[in-house]
Design a protein around this ligand. Structure first.
Ligand code: HPA
Length: 312
């Protein structure tokens, strides 16, 4: 029979423990860096520091998307707080099982991690949001999870948590307050805005149609993305506190394509129709580029929260 996730995570822990220098064995916090948001790892001073490619770590999922590399970095964040950072994450759309995507969270649990920050790039559904805005998540909509594509499906592993975990308090209030407080003290340095909002998980890899965007917004979602939620579910199952931040890298299209009216189509030239269809169209390069431009502020925000909490 297949080894339990608990046994696999123990394998991984054994691998890491046998290699990590002792000052790095007990990180206070884990940070999962989303697409283009790995710069935080550069604030980890070079000594002590240890890095492992996902391809070298037992049971870690391999990454396949351009713009994403995969390594686990241990060190002192800003030279002060013992941390472990995931630079790049595995996504469900790459073909990994939902168990593989969330496996690193279980490893963090066995390392004694009690707090995780997750960052991601997301599409903005809330019309108030601009590209480059940052959203502190306060809830999620997990359509796949509701339909049974869920990381806790299967026999419950009691070493991690209970069969029927609550998610009504998944997004830690104290951590959210810390994010807002840290942002307030930096607000004068940027015109960027910080919101609180609801994240809708989609499987990807295609971006959403206009009708799908309207549906998700109608259901109460403010941002949409292809990560984070499965990890949050697994983290909450095993009692880890989580905070999650989305960087709005594009505005998800909301205006419907005019249709059903022949005269509309016949009286317009091909260029004009082409422009209507292209407006707001999402693309991967745009997502990566907006990430790069705004990543710095987001990284400084996470760093400020971590320093406020642990470096005192
Ligand atoms: N949709 C889904 N995932 C995303 C998007 C989007 O518009 N932007 C960045 N990740």
């Amino acid at each position: 029979t297949e080894a339990s996730l608990f046994d696999k995570a123990k394998d991984t822990i054994e691998f890491l423990k046998s290699r990590l220098p002792s000052p790095l064995l007990a990180p206070r916090v884990a940070i999962v860096c989303g697409s283009g948001l790995g710069g935080l790892a550069d604030t980890v001073h070079s000594s002590p520091k240890a890095e492992y490619d996902y391809s070298d770590i037992p049971h870690f999922p391999q990454l396949t998307v351009t713009g994403h590399s995969g390594k686990l970095v241990f060190g002192l964040l800003a030279g002060k707080v013992p941390a472990v950072l995931m630079v790049g994450r595995a996504h469900f759309y790459e073909g990994h099982s939902i168990d593989q995507v969330t496996f690193p969270i279980r490893v963090f649990k066995l390392m004694g991690i009690e707090t995780i920050f997750l960052t991601n790039a997301a599409g903005g559904l809330n019309p108030e949001y601009a590209v480059g805005d940052i959203v502190v998540l306060n809830d999620h909509i997990f359509l796949a999870g509701l339909a049974g594509i869920h990381p806790l499906r299967g026999p419950n592993e009691p070493e991690f948590g209970v069969r029927f975990p609550a998610l009504s308090d998944a997004y830690d209030l104290e951590l959210r307050c810390s994010v807002h407080n840290a942002w307030k003290s930096k607000a004068s340095e940027t015109s960027r805005r910080l919101h609180e909002g609801v994240y809708a998980f989609v499987g990807g890899p295609s971006y959403e149609t206009r009708a799908e965007c309207r549906m998700l917004h109608l259901l109460g979602a403010d941002v949409v993305g292809m990560s984070t939620v499965p990890e949050i579910v697994v983290a909450r199952h095993c009692g880890i506190r989580v905070a999650a931040l989305s960087l709005v890298t594009n505005k998800a299209v909301l205006s419907p394509v005019p249709r059903g009216d022949d005269s509309f189509l016949h009286t317009r030239d091909a260029d004009e129709l082409g422009a209507i269809m292209t407006e707001g169209k999402a693309n991967h390069e745009e997502v990566i580029e907006a990430g790069r431009a705004a990543a710095f502020d987001m990284q400084m925000l996470v760093q400020a929260v971590v320093l406020n909490m642990w470096a005192a």
